[in-house]
Design a protein around this ligand. Structure first.
Ligand code: AHR
Length: 502
């Protein structure tokens, strides 16, 4: 058996955990909205048309913030289409996904849904086909108390009190050739700065996210961030990162090591932000909004251009496996390990579209394997994030070079003394014995130990067999005054939750 050693020490603080790290994303794409979160005809829908099963799973998953309405969709969206009496709302062509958008679900419905789900809304404005005025108008409609054309329109539409939306994305992936209304970095940087100025004039409390690159592999990555931030640095609070990973050519070892790329991506964006900070002699330290991340088997998606126009088609409804869940776990560990700079993160998307929650129209909802690491981390990660650096053997991978076989992080809740450890074993073949030195911690007892693994790493959950993959109680952990030892099966996500003895 392989062995790894690490130290758990309350002094090794990365930073305070921001609950916004446990965000998700609802885009008008495929069946994320229609028959995903919203299905008025469903036998278990609320009077507003929200699926109760999806609301319950969203709460169980511990989602803190939800980004909306896109994604690529937002770059052609007119927000006004989605407010006011439903029977007067226009159907439109959604150019991003070649779908027909009925606009039956819009801003008011989304805000109602976030309240029912107990999550914070994060809105994106259209900086593809629209600009400063439409964005400022949307902030006025959403956040201004009343006495103006747009705030009174909101009140007439049934929302007397402002929505008070704090988090806003200044467009989406505007570096991407696929984006409707793509911009150069300079064009976008200027537009983002001017839009941010106007939005803040309407409501000074807004927190704004500038678009970074749509992936680390974009040819303009790095330079895009530098040029955009040279224009917009003083006007924004966050810069965004997006990343999707998949297994290539059956190379499971490289896929399991994907978090190495996410880690490097975060560090490079931090470096670019800090470079611009230095050049500008700014006192402000920008934070990162990793507002799209997930496993996405893009090789299965030929793109939308050849699809017929239709309402809510089945798009990229990836079925996730144990291996995918372990990789999702490694992304959560990586985000937590950067809690000092990553202030927002949104797993994309929430329902049906590359999602942890799947639904059938008129039928059941169920949890994909990827639901579990998210739900466990959101439930048990509390307080301060602690750095854990395992001294571990390495896996040699084709795409990411050598990576430590164990990736881990811990949190410690100063109020309760609870400590949680999250660890991934990325070995395809070998279990690893992980010995944690706990001498710096007060006496603890092991309150929870669970493992998500399976002899078949390709095992999935389906509507007919929704609980095949789920965390099971772990066995064999040994906790003493000096150490905590546990065996991590190959390709596994492991959670240990410790409470003070007294
Ligand atoms: O989440 C699916 C799509 O991926 C989003 O619309 C877009 O922003 C990204 O390219």
């Amino acid at each position: 058996m392989l062995t790894a050693r690490a130290t758990l020490d309350p002094a090794f603080v990365v930073g305070e955990l921001d609950r916004r790290l446990f965000g998700s994303f609802v885009e008008h794409m495929g069946r994320c909205v229609y028959t995903g979160v919203y299905e008025p005809g469903h036998p278990d829908a609320t009077p507003e048309g929200f699926r109760r099963d999806v609301l319950e799973l969203t709460r169980e998953m511990g989602v803190s913030v939800v980004r909306y309405p896109g994604g690529n969709f937002v770059s052609g969206y007119r927000w006004e289409d989605g407010v006011g009496p439903v029977e007067e709302r226009p159907a439109r062509l959604d150019l991003a996904w070649r779908s027909i958008e009925t606009n039956a679900f819009g801003l008011g419905e989304f805000i109602g849904w976030t309240r029912a789900a107990g999550v914070e809304p994060m809105l994106a404005v259209n900086l593809g086909t629209r600009g400063v005025q439409a964005a400022a108008d949307l902030v006025e409609y959403a956040n201004h108390p009343g006495g103006t054309l747009l705030s009174d329109r909101r009140r007439k539409n049934g929302a007397d009190q402002p929505y008070d939306v704090r988090l806003w994305c200044l467009g989406n992936e505007l570096d991407g050739p696929w984006q409707v209304g793509r911009k150069t970095a300079y064009e976008y940087g200027r537009l983002a700065a001017e839009t941010a100025k106007a939005m803040r004039l309407v409501d000074p409390r807004v927190e704004l996210v500038a678009c970074g690159s749509s992936s680390r592999s974009m040819p303009s990555f790095g330079e895009w961030e530098r040029v955009v931030l040279e224009q917009a640095y003083e006007y924004v609070d966050y810069v965004s990162l997006h990343a999707y990973y998949e297994e290539h050519d059956g190379d499971l070892a490289s896929f399991l090591a994907s978090a190495a790329d996410m880690d490097a991506f975060i560090e490079e964006v931090v470096a670019t932000c800090d470079h611009v900070k230095a050049v500008k002699r700014s006192d402000k330290r920008l934070r990162l909004s990793f507002d799209e991340w997930n496993v996405w088997n893009q090789r299965h998606f030929a793109g939308a251009s050849s699809l017929p126009w239709q309402e809510a088609p089945r798009l990229i409804e990836d079925e996730y496996s144990v291996a995918d869940a372990v990789v999702v776990g490694s992304f959560l560990v990586t985000l937590l390990r950067h809690a000092d700079r990553v202030g927002v993160a949104c797993q994309a998307q929430l329902a049906n579209v590359i999602a942890p929650i799947r639904t059938e129209p008129g039928g059941p909802a169920w949890r994909q394997p990827t639901f579990w690491p998210f739900a466990q981390a959101a439930r048990l990660a509390r307080g301060e994030v602690l750095r854990v650096e395992p001294d571990a053997p390495v896996c040699d991978t084709k795409r990411h070079g050598e990576v430590p076989v164990v990736l881990a992080v811990a949190t410690r809740d100063g109020a309760t003394g609870a400590v949680s450890v999250f660890a991934v074993n990325r070995s395809v073949t070998d279990p690893v014995r992980l010995d944690l030195d706990v001498r710096a911690l007060p006496a603890l007892r092991l309150a929870e130990h669970s493992v998500l693994a399976n002899g078949d790493v390709r095992a999935v959950n389906t509507a007919a067999d929704p609980d095949r993959v789920r965390p099971r109680p772990g066995t064999g952990a040994e906790l003493g005054a000096r150490s905590l030892s546990v065996t991590l099966p190959p390709v596994s996500w492991n959670v240990l939750h410790l409470l003070p003895l007294a």
